[in-house]
Design a protein around this ligand. Structure first.
Ligand code: UDP
Length: 377
């Protein structure tokens, strides 16, 4: 298949602002190319696709439809204003389109490319209604990989309309995520999970007493409880991720002065995995319905067990007592207790489960099967 990826419009790839979508896109681009497909990525200006050096270039006629082509990765960088992430807006808030929107600009390019006849399908990664509108104008099928749970009324309607117009065009990462859109939608959405390039993560048999938190520093990721776990357990927590909301961090630090939470910054995968691998466990104490939680499989690939609240995707990934512990949501004491039992988890098991179910190859295979069924419709 010849596939066009249209990236998220909230930040350039590699910035971390796009959260798990960035890693998902990169993994899929590489995995699909390795499986013999071609991938052309449209993404905001400044994007880097790091380890996707093998992504195939668009054909000459497709290239002629473009003004700018990022030659290194066969990625097309598109100019324009970034969008505000949906998770920072209220449910009823209209999804605002900025002047000279990068999302509109990316879709203009996507529609042009689709008309060349050189592509089979477009895969949308943005959590926004605009791509659903554009899909009706597109010369080839548009598939939507929805990256978050239900957050906005407008988005819910767009998802339902897409399922009506083109059944099979919506995929999600976990059953729990799909369920937030209602039972009927959940039954019709394709569940593809997620995946990582497992060989980019070294298995670490040795580790320290430190605990890891990986994610955007934001309210929904549960920073307050990260500090609470450190304070209650006496363990040092290493926090990796983009500092999205410093007020949340400062408030938690003030509330738990005895907590030892060290901010490590936002690191590229190769550095992140090295430091993550040295930790005794990853804690996932999110306040929102986490759609999947790429960081859970990244930690497990390093051999690091995961302790997660029973909320959203991570609870579908972690096998309680085998690759970590699933504890009741918002129960900080239960997280601390689980930390005390973490020695019973075999780190090799964590790695083995990821290699089996969440490898780049397995994930790309599921997505290729989904896209293939749309193309054949
Ligand atoms: N991440 C990273 N470096 C860091 C911290 C995080 O590359 O120092 C990446 C991590 O690999 C993961 C993403 O940030 O892919 C967070 O994704 P997740 O799906 O866990 O949450 P989201 O932010 O999408 O809600």
């Amino acid at each position: 298949m010849r596939i066009i990826f249209v990236s998220t419009s909230v930040g350039p790839l590699g910035s971390g602002i796009g959260g798990g979508v960035e890693l998902t896109l990169r993994t899929l681009a590489t995995g699909l190319v390795r499986a013999g497909h071609s991938v052309t990525v449209l993404a905001p200006m400044g994007s880097v696709l790091a380890s996707t050096g093998s992504v195939v270039a668009p054909t000459d006629s497709a290239l002629s439809a473009l003004d700018t082509v990022g030659s290194a990765n066969h990625m097309v960088e598109v100019d324009g204003a970034l969008h505000v992430p949906s998770q920072t807006l209220g449910r009823a808030a209209p999804l605002v389109v900025p002047q000279n929107s990068v999302l509109e600009n990316m879709w203009q390019r996507a529609l042009e490319l689709a008309r060349t006849g050189d592509f089979d399908v477009v895969l949308n990664f943005a959590y926004d209604v605009q791509p659903f509108v554009e899909a009706s104008e597109c010369a080839i099928p548009v598939a939507h990989l929805v990256s978050m749970g239900s957050l906005s009324d407008e988005m819910d309607s767009a998802v339902d309309a897409a399922l009506e117009n083109r059944p099979g065009s919506i995929a999600m990462h976990s059953r729990a995520q799909a369920q937030t859109f209602g039972t009927e939608t959940a039954q019709r959405a394709i569940i593809v999970g997620s995946g990582i390039a497992v060989d980019e993560y070294d298995f670490s048999p040795t580790f320290t007493e430190d605990v890891a938190f990986v994610g955007r520093i934001s309210r929904e990721k549960g920073i307050d409880d990260v500090f609470a776990v450190s304070a209650m357990s006496g363990r040092q927590v290493r926090a990796f991720g983009v500092m999205e909301d410093r007020t949340v961090w400062d408030a938690a630090a003030e509330k738990f002065p005895e907590a030892r939470v060290h901010y490590e910054g936002f690191l590229p995968t190769n550095q992140l995995q090295r430091k993550l691998g040295m930790c005794a466990a990853l804690i996932m104490v999110h306040q929102w319905m986490e759609a999947f939680g790429n960081v859970a499989i990244e930690a497990m690939a390093c051999g690091v067990p995961v302790i997660t609240y029973d909320r959203g995707g991570p609870a579908e990934i972690v096998r309680d007592g085998v690759t970590g512990f699933v504890v009741p949501p918002d129960d900080v004491r239960a997280v601390v207790d689980a930390l005390g039992r973490i020695g019973s988890i075999q780190r090799q098991q964590c790695r083995a489960l990821v290699a089996e179910q969440y490898s780049e190859r397995a994930f790309a295979g599921r997505v290729a099967a989904w896209l293939g069924s749309l193309v054949r419709q």
